[in-house]
Design a protein around this ligand. Structure first.
Ligand SMILES: Nc1ncnc2c1ncn2[C@@H]1O[C@H](COP(=O)(O)OP(=O)(O)OP(=O)(O)O)[C@@H](O)[C@H]1O
Ligand SMILES: [Mg+2]
Length: 365
């Protein structure tokens, strides 16, 4: 876990000092101690199983975080290690509020590769690890979210295609995620590649997902099952009928924005589409959240893009930004989210923070 801290510092673009200074050592040792303490269950277990660890005394945690030595500006690595340790302490045992209704979020941005799938699976895993009941719906024919959650999605597997085109019930296609308790997924298979065209000629083509999901939620209640707290829908990089189905099924839109030059391009088109859906098909739909992803602290460009997005959408952008992180990009190749692949890494911490903000916002506003 201590390794995670060091990686974290590197991920944030801090150059390591020439040799270990006393401050570096002190901060690393403190961080290692904290890691060992949190490692007794790691985040996944601590959040997942007992209310005892959830109710860790907040002021004790604040005191512990404040007691960490403050490394000087000349030791950026030690600073990063100490900052991660403080973040970890303040998040350990934090209770995520349960929303009063099932929150359905569509994660959309027609721009490709901005972190939609990464955001969907990691926020979903973080919420589930905190004890909330979460469903991920993969509606991208690439099936990346299914892969990242370790969900079987070869061609014969019943999938979202069967729900949208053949009217199959969600119960017949939903799979449990083995790595993360409380997390379920409706996979996407390659069949979905043709769905965009096949949907054009079917009845109620824009509302098929909404109907299936609503029926599933009612069904769960009838069976006396605990209701879902969150549904996250991972969209393909387009504004076609699959994305429209996701907009009609959701109440909220979560837009991940990559901290790169073209970040805002296409955004006005996306917002226009949300407005169109709102006025014609789903009056409750609104953009509730924007998350800045792949933030690279070494570049001025990242900071400029982040400032610009924040100035345009001050109420929507989460305080947390997700750093560019090797561990985040490695996780899917192991069929995992970074929340289980390396829970101590700064990438996992960021997604945990983002999930916590999202959960708090849902209750306060
Ligand atoms: N914070 C990050 N740090 C490093 N790599 C990242 C980060 N977030 C995402 N990536 C990587 O960037 C690539 C694109 O991310 P992702 O698949 O989540 O984007 P997407 O918007 O879902 O793409 P698509 O539009 O193709 O569906 C992936 O290889 C992913 O592993
Ligand atoms: Mg994707």
């Amino acid at each position: 876990m201590a390794r995670g801290h060091v990686n974290g510092a590197r991920e944030q673009g801090q150059a390591p000092p020439v040799g270990p200074t006393d401050q570096t050592r002190a901060a690393t040792e403190t961080a290692a101690t904290v890691s060992r303490e949190t490692e007794t269950g790691s985040f996944s277990h601590e959040f997942g199983d007992s209310s005892v660890s959830r109710e860790t005394n907040t002021s004790e945690r604040d005191q512990l975080a404040a007691s960490l030595p403050d490394p000087g500006a000349e030791t950026p690595l030690a600073q990063a290690v100490a900052a991660d340790a403080r973040r970890r302490i303040s998040l350990t045992g934090k209770v995520f509020p349960k929303p009063d209704h099932t929150r359905i979020l569509t994660v959309a941005n027609q721009k490709g590769g901005v972190g939609k799938t990464t955001t969907t699976v990691n926020i979903a895993a973080a919420l589930a690890q905190a004890g909330l009941k979460v469903l991920v719906i993969d509606i991208d024919p690439q099936g990346n979210a299914s892969t990242a959650l370790g969900i079987d999605h070869h061609a014969e597997v019943p999938s979202i295609y069967d729900v949208l085109l053949d009217g199959k019930a969600v119960t017949e296609v939903v799979q449990e995620c083995v790595d993360v308790p409380n997390l379920w997924c409706i996979p996407a298979t390659i069949d979905l590649a043709g769905a965009e065209i096949e949907l054009v000629s079917v009845v109620a083509r824009e509302t098929r997902m909404n109907r299936a999901l609503s029926a599933y939620i009612v069904d769960m209640a009838d069976r006396g099952e605990e209701r879902l707290d969150y549904v996250l829908i991972d969209c393909p990089p387009s504004l076609g009928l699959l994305t429209v189905n996701a907009f009609v099924a959701a109440d909220e839109v979560l837009i991940p924005i990559q901290c790169e030059y073209y970040a805002l391009e296409g955004l006005s088109q996306l917002l226009k589409n949300v407005e169109l859906i709102k006025s014609h098909l789903n009056p409750v739909l609104h953009v509730s959240t924007i998350l800045l992803t792949m933030y690279d602290g070494r570049t001025r460009l990242s900071a400029q893009v982040a400032d610009e997005v924040r100035s345009h959408f001050p109420a929507h952008v989460l305080r947390t930004t997700v750093p560019r992180s090797v561990r985040i990009s490695e996780a899917p190749s192991h069929g995992q989210t970074v929340m289980t692949y390396d829970p101590g890494s700064s990438g996992a911490l960021s997604y945990l923070e983002a999930a916590s903000e999202l959960a708090d916002r849902g209750v306060s506003g």
